[in-house]
Write a protein that binds this ligand. Structure first.
Ligand code: GRF
Length: 200
């Protein structure tokens, strides 16, 4: 089995997945780490571990459809069983998403369906919620609305800022995302009526 991970920046979720795959000896190869940003720090981490890396820059394409088409060509060089979006900050077109239907995951820093889109911690603080968290979901053309695989919950404290909340959630992301990817690789996930069932 092989996985391709897409990043745009630090790639801390990618790093957590790579470390878990190695530590737990998953029956899977991290075939490549691909970024839309040439300066994504995660690329250095991956290269240092000998994982193939590449950059497909959205600046090199005139529109979203042509960028996605180029990205798809690059991803499919590795014939992945699973495409993992990890801090990948691009909205993907429907044809691209449908090409990977049922085998593309994303992590979103909120308890979906609450707080879709960007600045989720600012949204959470503004809403005065007392719990917040992260969600791993299958990617569908409907942004941040795919079948939910797993979620992590953290408390929101009165003195929280976006930064303190983000940091608390990131710790949980690094636990639930590797686990969710492993479940997928092990074939434990089924989507029934738009909801994910996890089989032991
Ligand atoms: C995290 O908030 C994650 O939830 C979102 O992107 C942010 C950075 O992730 N997907 P990473 O450190 O680049 O994995």
């Amino acid at each position: 089995k092989s996985i391709v991970i897409l990043i745009s920046g630090h790639g801390s979720n990618m790093q957590a997945i790579v470390r878990a795959a190695q530590a737990e000896q998953w029956p899977v190869r991290i075939a490549a780490v691909i970024s839309n940003k040439a300066d994504a720090e995660g690329l250095t981490f991956a290269a240092r571990l000998g994982i193939p890396t590449s950059v497909v820059s959205n600046k090199d394409y005139p529109d979203r459809a042509q960028f996605d088409a180029a990205l798809q060509v690059e991803i499919d060089r590795y014939m992945p069983d699973c495409v993992v979006l990890a801090g990948f900050m691009r909205i993907l077109t429907a044809p691209f998403v449908l090409h990977y239907a049922g085998r593309m995951l994303n992590i979103h820093p909120s308890l979906l369906p609450s707080f879709t889109g960007l600045a989720t911690h600012r949204q959470a603080l503004a809403a005065g919620v007392k719990v917040h968290g992260a969600t791993v979901h299958f990617v569908t053309p409907d942004l941040d609305h795919g079948p939910i695989v797993s979620q992590a919950v953290v408390p929101v404290f009165d003195d929280d800022t976006e930064a303190t909340l983000a940091a608390r959630i990131l710790v949980e992301e690094h636990k639930i995302y590797p686990l969710a990817v492993r479940w997928f690789i092990e074939g434990r996930l089924r989507i029934v009526d738009g909801c994910v069932r996890h089989h032991q």
